[in-house]
Design a protein around this ligand. Structure first.
Ligand code: PLP
Length: 450
């Protein structure tokens, strides 16, 4: 169909997720993407872009993988869908649960499937409450998350999210959910003090679980200090609180390990996952629980577990997930993520040398960020009115790179999460374009900045 017609229909009929409806009505869609291949996306005008965010932090094996198409088609021809309610089962779901258990941190060996990250976190939170309830501790129902966390948009995951804008649409959806300070700008000691103080003021006997992303993604790729999660683990153990690691972004190789929490030498009780498990080729997510939790469920969860999505254990989604993990293994993409992450960080460090508005730069595997500040020595942030990060995103778009800004709490953070198949030359091209884009915006600010 012609571009003009598509734009008209988009405005008339398509309500976009996490987007400004008024902006869409004024300007139409930002781009209409028609094709993906490797690390590249092509729009209806034949503009080619580096997909520097793996779309939504998820297309880990890159676009256009025939193997995944074939895995889906083969499974669909045999059995596209059948339910796993009432203990019906199917082979791909069984094999994927086993495969995920084999790559998960030691001691986590049972999987509940969902269709995405929000459902996974709602599941993790409900399971945590259920776990205590069946052990005659129904009062242990409170959940603690972190400021700037993003856990999704279902009821519990919206509430666990620590970016208040996400509560503005319909209110905080769940009671008994609290937030502590994250380690970003606070460091481990203050962040742990904050968490301890929330636990103590609420009463540890009423707290079911603490939930956190190993690296906060939508909050701005906030990499915690090395010792933070060890301290979290100790605190949770001391108070008898479950630790849920939200690995929706950090799982499946993103940080150079299978799971992000492995960078901190800590084992959570529950892992929620989605995105990279299927590289976005199909909707898939889930929750992995510890043997200890599984044992309690087996022992005490009598009757029906009243929680399940129609698509939990979807055979086609599971077949794609299995093939995706096979690709990650065979092409050693977890290792590539680690190696290329170092190249990306080198590129970011060069920007810091050349450009006087580049503040903190960071990366762990292929998850990275560049912060833009008015004065790096003082870590002084730009005025919101200057719209520095959105301007850089636009300048990057003009140069054929799609990535994402985080401007929450007056930060100007440019996030990167390219496909794990990216090579050195492609990373260099990406960071060169970033250099030019920041330089252009910097020059435009010269009149404003003294
Ligand atoms: N958790 C984290 C850490 C995420 O980044 C996201 C999505 O970006 C979610 C949960 C929600 O996942 P979904 O959008 O698949 O529901």
């Amino acid at each position: 169909m012609e571009l003009e017609k598509l734009i008209e229909l988009d405005k008339k009929h398509f309500i976009h997720p996490t987007s400004s409806i008024q902006q869409q009505q004024a300007n139409g869609p930002k781009a209409i993407i028609k094709k993906g291949e490797g690390i590249y996306l092509t729009d209806k005008n034949d503009n080619v872009y580096i997909d520097a965010m793996s779309s939504l932090w998820n297309v880990n094996v890159g676009h256009g993988r025939e193997e995944l198409v074939e895995a889906a088609a083969e499974q669909m021809k045999k059995l596209a869908f059948s339910s796993t309610f009432s203990t019906f089962s199917n082979e791909p779901a069984i094999l994927l649960a086993e495969k995920i258990s084999s790559i998960a941190p030691k001691g986590l060996n049972a999987v509940f499937f969902t269709s995405g990250g929000s459902e996974s976190n709602d599941t993790a939170i409900k399971l945590a409450r259920h776990y205590w309830r069946i052990q005659d501790k129904p009062e242990k129902r409170k959940i603690i998350g972190l400021n700037r966390a993003y856990h999704g948009v279902a009821a519990a995951s919206t509430s666990a999210t620590g970016i208040p804008e996400f509560w503005s649409m319909a209110g905080k959806m769940m009671v008994d959910i609290y937030h502590a300070d994250n380690p970003y700008g606070n460091g481990t000691v203050k962040a742990i003090q904050s968490l301890r103080s929330v636990i103590e003021s609420e009463g540890p006997e009423t707290v079911a679980a603490f939930i956190a992303e190993p690296i906060q993604g939508a909050g701005g790729v906030l990499i915690p200090p090395k010792d933070y999660f060890q301290e979290v683990r100790n605190l949770c153990d001391d108070y008898g609180i479950l630790f849920i690691a939200d690995e929706v972004i950090t799982g499946f190789g993103r940080t150079g390990k299978w799971f992000g929490i492995e960078n901190y030498g800590v084992t959570p009780d529950v892992i929620s996952f989605a995105k990279g498990v299927s590289s976005g080729y199909i909707q898939l997510g889930g929750v992995i629980v510890s043997d200890q939790i599984h044992d309690v469920l087996k022992d005490k969860s009598s009757g029906t577990l009243f929680h399940g999505y129609t698509y939990s254990g979807h055979p086609t989604a599971a077949a794609v997930g299995l093939k995706n993990i096979e690709i990650l293994e065979e092409e050693e993409l977890v290792e590539n993520s680690r190696a290329m992450g170092e190249v990306m960080l080198e590129g970011f460090n060069k920007l810091k040398e050349d450009l006087d508005i580049v503040g903190d730069v960071r990366a762990i595997g292929l998850l990275g960020a560049v912060e833009l500040v008015e004065d790096p020595a003082l870590n002084k942030r730009f005025s919101r009115d200057l719209q520095v990060a959105p301007k850089v995103i636009e300048a990057l778009h003009q140069r054929g790179v799609i990535c994402r800004a985080v401007t929450y709490e007056d930060t100007d953070i440019i996030c990167f999460s390219p496909p794990l198949i990216i090579n050195k030359k492609q990373i260099e091209t990406m960071t060169e374009k970033l250099h030019d884009a920041i330089k252009e915006v910097r020059n435009g600010l010269s009149a404003t900045l003294k």
